[in-house]
Structures are given as structure tokens and as C-alpha cells.
Design a protein around this ligand. Structure first.
Ligand code: FES
Ligand SMILES: [Fe+2]
Length: 460
């Protein structure tokens, strides 16, 4: 990328060089400068509640066994055998006290420690020749959690996750902490789309503008109580810390009435009142905004929506969590989970799951509408003409960069960050500005650890 600074400058003013959505060189930089540093979501603690439970997740090509050890601690262990590099664990999830490498049979405890080598004495001279004790599968350089959400970073000096999330944590609680018990997950469903990973992240962060066009049919069949998709323009988008999202404007009413309008039963509303701060409650009860889709930089997104699930006027909310896992410049693996408050009534959980599947599961109606756009965009972005085109991502800005509407004042929006009513691409620009900040910083030489034959860890 010869004119990289020029490219990043264009991105920062909201004019997006079209080829960044399908470009080998850009993808190489994302690998080297972004995914090597940012906090990346890999799972939720509720997926591995018991010692020995594990899931296998990736950050780009790096596969990690995310396991809860006998000491209840969650670890992310690089899924590569210390011997000849075979993947130690081939299952996607399960329960195991040990992992045995399929190649030559070295075995590791679920905390990563090497405990077994076939023919240890004959082949290595026993403990005197090769001490097993000091050997462990490589841990992820950094691991941290928030509300049970597990993130890893390839940067051992990554800032604490809470600092990285910043004020976005305020909004994360609506999705992941509706009671003291937090959420439980079902899934993930996993599928691949021939689309660049950034497109979904941008869409979920702030694209309220596409709803009336792309999702017309979903509204026409009456899946939502709101008769018109244009209703989205009454909501606002917000950006805070390292994430941002969209909201719907709720009809007038008290906090309880508004949460009931969204479809929450009273028992759940009571628990929300216990765990949410006065400001978090005010955003709904006083300001009348309810969070909908959102993204945390770089590739974690959330959905909260409330369709009709049965033949009545009643709606019911669902929450979904997903990652846009890059496979290449033109391909993304989507991991999509259904999330629900662990204390929710069982009947609610069942209907909420149905609501999720109808809308955003692998065959969900929204899913299908959205992806066709993104695949088409990606394939066109890979051609030569796309290199001459700057896409206009300046919605909400005037020529002189002043905003079309002023930001919401604190008395109308109780959350942190900056919020604007109506259509705008504030959040897409925020997301890509973060992207540009990462891409312009050259990677420091990464510390590599080689485990020598004698069992000594050597830092080069
Ligand atoms: S590669 Fe794992 S035991 Fe040889
Ligand atoms: Fe959509």
C-alpha cells in the first residue's frame, strides 16, 4: 500500500477508498497491525461453566483452546503441540481433563501443562533428559473478561480490557447484564460469507439507514409492531469508548411501561432495576431510547430487537452476540450466539430463542437480506475500478464537517459518549478511524518464544 497515509487520511474524513473491502495488502496490514493488538472476543464464561469445559476459538489463523481448569481459572491456550505443531484439540467444544495430541500422543492437562510423552525415558532420557514440568501450551499473550465476555489480545502489553472498552461498557450491560446472574449463551451457529469482515461491523455499529430499504419485506409481513421501517430515524446512534450502536425511540411512558412495550416480563424488569445504574435506567425510562444493534471495535457485534413471535400483537426481545472473524480480504466466518438472561423464565427463553432464529440465525430473515448486499459489495471492491473510487461515508456531516443535527444534550440522552438522532454515519466513521489509527502504527517486533529441546524457554 504505497499511498497508505493518503488512504488513511481519506478514511478519516469519511471518504472510503472502496478497495479496502477487498484487498490483500490491506488485509496483511490488518493482520500485522490490528489483530495483533486489539482485544478480540472469543467466548463467554457461561459456555464453559465447569472445570474441564472448553471451546476452541480462533483469532485469524491462531486457534486457542479456551478452557476452565480444575482451579476454575479460564485460560486461552494456543492449540499447537509443543512437539511437531499438530493441533492438540480437534473438537470445537467439550469437556476434558487432558488433551492428547493426535500425532505422537503428547498429552496436556486442561491448564496447558505437559504431562505425558510416550516413551519419555527411551526417547528423551526421562526427566533428566527432558523435563516435562516446565512445559505448557503457549497461553494467549493477554486474556481479560467483562460481564463474563472473554477477550484475548495478541499484545502482552494490551491495556486492561475495561480501559479498552471505555464508556462502551455502559451499553454492554443492556445486552449482558439484565440480572445479577448475567447471560447464558446458546450456539454459536457458524457460517462463512464471501464478504469483508469490516462491512458487518460497520453495519451493526450504526447503519439505521439501510433498514427501510434492505429490510422492507420484514416490516411488510408484520414481524414488527412498528408499521414503518422509517421509524428508525426517530432513534439515535451513539458512540462511546471503543464501540457504538443504534437505538429505537420508544413511545411515551414510564420505565416499566417502556420495558413492557419491548416485551420484557415484569420479573425481568424488576431485576434490571436492581442491576442497572440510575443513568442506565434513565436512558430507557426518561429519554425513551432502547439499544438495538451495536459493535465493539474491531469485530464484535450485538443485536437486540423485539419481533412478534406468535400470532398475536405481543412482541418478545432477543439478544444476539456475533463476531466477524476474518478469513481473508473477501471472506468472513460469522459466529453467532443467542444470549439470554440466565434468570429469565424458561418460557421466555424458549420464545426469545425462536425470535433470534427467525431474525438473525443462519437462516434469519435479516441475515439473508443483509448478506446479499455485503457479498456484492466485496466482489466489486476487488476489481480495478474500485481503486479509483472513494465511497461517501459522510452522512450526518455538512461540507465544513459541522454535523447536520447537533448532538443530543445530556438532559435528553443519559448515556456517555456522543449521540445523534436520525440517520448518520457517525459510528461507521468512528469505527474506521479506529481502524486507521491501528493501521498507521507499525508493528513493534513481536516477542517470540521458542521452547528448546532441553525445555528452556528462549526469548528472541
Ligand atoms: S506433534 Fe504433538 S505429539 Fe508430536
Ligand atoms: Fe440489516
Amino acid at each position: 500500500m504505497d499511498d497508505q497515509s493518503h488512504l488513511l487520511e481519506e478514511v478519516r474524513r469519511g471518504m472510503i477508498p472502496a478497495h479496502i473491502y477487498n484487498d490483500e495488502e490491506v488485509f496483511r496490514l490488518e493482520r500485522e497491525r490490528l489483530f495483533s493488538r486489539a482485544w478480540v472476543f472469543v467466548g463467554h464464561e457461561s459456555e464453559i461453566p465447569q472445570p474441564g469445559d472448553y471451546v476452541v476459538r480462533r483469532v485469524l489463523e491462531d486457534s486457542f483452546i479456551v478452557a476452565r481448569g480444575e482451579d476454575h481459572q479460564v485460560r486461552a491456550l494456543f492449540n499447537m503441540c509443543l512437539h511437531r505443531g499438530m493441533q492438540v484439540c480437534r473438537a470445537e467444544m467439550g469437556h476434558a481433563s487432558h488433551f492428547r495430541c493426535p500425532y505422537h500422543g503428547w498429552s496436556y492437562r486442561n491448564d496447558g501443562r505437559l504431562v505425558g510423552l510416550p516413551f519419555h525415558k527411551e526417547a528423551y532420557g526421562g526427566e533428566a533428559g527432558f523435563r516435562r514440568k516446565s512445559q505448557t501450551l503457549l497461553p494467549a499473550p493477554a486474556l481479560d473478561t467483562y460481564n463474563g465476555l472473554i477477550f484475548v489480545s495478541m499484545d502482552p502489553d494490551a491495556p486492561p480490557l475495561r480501559d479498552y472498552l471505555g464508556d462502551f461498557a455502559f451499553y454492554l450491560d443492556y445486552y449482558t447484564r439484565q440480572s445479577p446472574s448475567g447471560i447464558e449463551l446458546r450456539g454459536p451457529q457458524r457460517w462463512r460469507v464471501k464478504a469483508n469482515w469490516k462491512i458487518g461491523a460497520e453495519n451493526f455499529a450504526g447503519d439505521m439507514y439501510h433498514t427501510p430499504q434492505t429490510h422492507t419485506s420484514v416490516v411488510e409481513i408484520g414481524l414488527f409492531r412498528e408499521p414503518k421501517a422509517e421509524k428508525r430515524k426517530d432513534g439515535c446512534t451513539y458512540w462511546a469508548g471503543n464501540g457504538g450502536g443504534t437505538t429505537y425511540k420508544l413511545p411515551p411512558g414510564t420505565l416499566e411501561e417502556r420495558l413492557r412495550y419491548v416485551g420484557y416480563p415484569d420479573v425481568m424488569i424488576e431485576r434490571m432495576k436492581q442491576v442497572w445504574s440510575p443513568e442506565q435506567l434513565d436512558l430507557v425510562g426518561h429519554d425513551g431510547f432502547m439499544v438495538s444493534a451495536a459493535s465493539v471495535f474491531p469485530n464484535l457485534s450485538f443485536v437486540h430487537n423485539w419481533p412478534r413471535v406468535e400470532d398475536s400483537d405481543d412482541v418478545l426481545p432477543f439478544i444476539s452476540i456475533r463476531t466477524w472473524q476474518p478469513v481473508g480480504p473477501d471472506e468472513t466466518e460469522v459466529l453467532s450466539w443467542f444470549a439470554v438472561d440466565a434468570e429469565a423464565p424458561e418460557e421466555y427463553k424458549a420464545l426469545s430463542y425462536k425470535a433470534y432464529l427467525m431474525c438473525f440465525g443462519s437462516t434469519g430473515m435479516f441475515e439473508q437480506d443483509d448478506v446479499e448486499n455485503w457479498v456484492s459489495l466485496t466482489s466489486t471492491a476487488g476489481g480495478s475500478m474500485a481503486r479509483r473510487l472513494l465511497l461517501n461515508s459522510r452522512m450526518g456531516l455538512l461540507e465544513d464537517d459541522a454535523t447536520v443535527v447537533p448532538p443530543l444534550p445530556p438532559e435528553r440522552f443519559s448515556g456517555p459518549g456522543e449521540a445523534y438522532v436520525g440517520y448518520g454515519e457517525y459510528n461507521q466513521r468512528h469505527l474506521l478511524r479506529r481502524w486507521a489509527d491501528y493501521l498507521e502504527r507499525p508493528a513493534e517486533s513481536a516477542e517470540r518464544i521458542h521452547v528448546g529441546r532441553g525445555g528452556k524457554a528462549v526469548t528472541a
